[in-house]
Write a protein that binds this ligand. Structure first.
Ligand SMILES: Nc1ncnc2c1ncn2[C@@H]1O[C@H](COP(=O)(O)OP(=O)(O)O)[C@@H](O)[C@H]1O
Ligand SMILES: O=C(CO)[C@@H](O)[C@H](O)COP(=O)(O)O
Length: 484
């Protein structure tokens, strides 16, 4: 695609769990001009150096030529530890590493229980959050803990590398959106809770300065480097969310979120009251199991994702009574870090590839329906669900989602919304305006519920299997009832 010399270009990066994606956009309109990508290594503990390697691969062949500003959206929560020389102490522990589940339970009790945490930082610790990983490090790797001078997040680290490459690095920075996922930055006080950080790690440790939404992190030569943010806050910025919009993101993680004007204060502590990238709030629930549930189904059946889509679409709603609890990688919502998946209700009649494909699609979506319920319970309106992430490409996922959620499902035109949100932040920082530029979000499909009764029945059955299989999970989690 060509640009004339008067076009100002900005770039956004999505440094996500599985890959690094970069988009270059027209700062005024958001039109995508160029894109690049590279893979990240698999695993829940990964060297942050691999993210820098992937970034450099993704930007090769002049991808960033002529770009005036850049920002990084990154997977949330990952613990990146640095020593006195700024070198990496160990591999980063990612959001989906559940080693710190015991630490999360201990920290919750030490402050006085879930309510005390909600009052302090608008969330209750689970294994994903950075503070729990610091506790794990202090307890399990005291030598690494002793060498740690600074702890930063994935997007902070990549932002620092972009600046350092040209000698523009002066200090570690983050933003309020990503900082709010640490469990030691508070959207209530808009500042770090260094007492909670000390409680987690056992001593003080340096943290990055939290920048305001349009505040630059610095300059890499002529390139303005904006604050960046967590990937979900970046997606919200890329999608330009309105009141009544709830995003269901089906990427490596499942994420359900909305933009909100105030702190959430969820009584049950299920909704994490993160901050967003515009100065508002981003109530969010996340699951460890989303798009990869479908890859697992495809691998089990020995087929590709297109065939899985076809099979699941032709099978009956409810999969003939076959129900999957999709906890293939443990689970975060509901908080079952050591759980495994369950396939219930197997009969000879439903022992077909189609029923199995359908059960995997439905199981993934029923778990996320519980997350949408939890937002609703906290007064967050759901007029429509915006479906994004890799698995939103599946036609069957779209139609089953509309029936299970019981509200219209809007699928924005496939695009890298995290990277686009980061690019929009870069354009905002470059402009110095009070608001980010207005960029259109074209809609690819809008799917109305076709058989909401069948969706409700599928949810009821899912809830029964969940209750029977995990009776001891936090009693009143928001699992599985239809909206509306
Ligand atoms: N048509 C499809 N049906 C189901 N899953 C898909 C489809 N296309 C891609 N995916 C899955 O989407 C995932 C990647 O989603 P993405 O949102 O890019 O991930 P990330 O959260 O790492 O950014 C992969 O697990 C891939 O298998
Ligand atoms: O932990 C969360 C949100 O709290 C995840 O959403 C991570 O931010 C990872 O995102 P992806 O790499 O799956 O996009």
């Amino acid at each position: 695609m060509t640009t004339d010399s008067s076009t100002t270009l900005v770039a956004g990066v999505d440094s996500s769990t599985q890959s690094c994606k970069i988009v270059v956009c027209d700062a005024a309109t958001g039109r995508t001009v160029r894109e690049g990508r590279a893979s990240h290594p698999d695993g829940t503990q990964v060297s942050a150096a691999a993210w820098w390697d992937a970034f450099r691969t993704a930007r090769q062949d002049g991808l960033l030529d002529g770009v005036a500003a850049i920002a990084v959206g990154g997977q949330q929560h990952g613990m990146v530890t640095l020593d006195d020389a700024g070198e990496l102490v160990r591999d980063a522990m990612l959001w989906n590493d559940t080693s710190s589940a015991d630490a999360a339970r201990a920290l919750t009790a030490e402050l006085g229980g879930p309510r005390a945490w909600v009052d302090a930082v608008d969330l209750v610790p689970v294994a994903s959050f950075t503070g729990t990983k610091l506790r794990w490090l202090a307890e399990h790797e005291p030598e690494h803990a002793a060498r740690t001078r600074t702890v930063v997040l994935p997007h902070d680290w990549l932002t620092g590398q972009i600046l350092a490459e040209t000698g523009g690095f002066t200090e570690w920075t983050t933003d309020r959106g990503d900082a709010s996922g640490t469990a030691y930055w508070s959207p209530v006080t808009e500042d770090y809770r260094l007492d909670l950080l000390r409680m987690a790690f056992g001593r003080d440790v340096e943290v990055p300065r939290a920048l305001g939404p349009a505040e630059p992190a610095g300059h890499a030569g002529d390139l303005l480097v904006a604050a960046g943010t967590g990937d979900n806050a970046a997606a919200a910025l890329g999608l330009g969310l309105e009141p009544g919009d709830v995003v269901v993101s089906l990427g490596t993680s499942g994420a359900v979120f909305a933009v909100h004007d105030s702190v959430v204060g969820d009584e049950r502590g299920e909704v994490a009251g993160f901050a967003d990238a515009t100065g508002r709030h981003l109530p969010l629930l996340a699951t460890l199991n989303a798009a990869r549930v479908l890859s697992a189904a495809a691998a089990t059946l020995g087929i590709d994702l297109t065939e899985l889509d076809r099979l699941a679409g032709e099978a009956p709603a409810g999969a003939g009574g076959l129900t999957l609890l999709p906890f293939l990688d443990g689970e975060r919502t509901p908080n079952l870090p050591t759980a495994t998946g369950t396939l219930a209700g197997i009969t000879r009649a439903n022992s077909t590839p189609g029923h199995l494909a359908r059960a995997y699609v439905e199981g993934m979506l029923c778990n996320l329906a519980g997350c949408v319920n939890a937002l609703q319970r906290n007064g967050i309106r759901t007029n429509r669900v915006l479906l994004i992430g890799g698995a939103a490409a599946s036609r069957t996922v779209r139609t089953v989602a509309a029936d299970i959620f019981g509200v219209p499902v809007v699928v924005p035109e496939p695009a890298e919304y995290v990277a686009r949100g980061a690019a929009r932040q870069a354009a905002w920082a470059l402009s110095g305006d009070a608001e980010p530029p207005a960029w259109d979000v074209p809609v690819a499909a809008e799917v109305q519920p076709q058989d909401a009764d069948a969706g409700a029945r599928t949810l009821r059955r899912y809830r029964e299997v969940l209750d029977a299989t995990h009776p001891d999970r936090s009693a009143e989690d928001g699992a599985a009832q239809q909206l509306g």
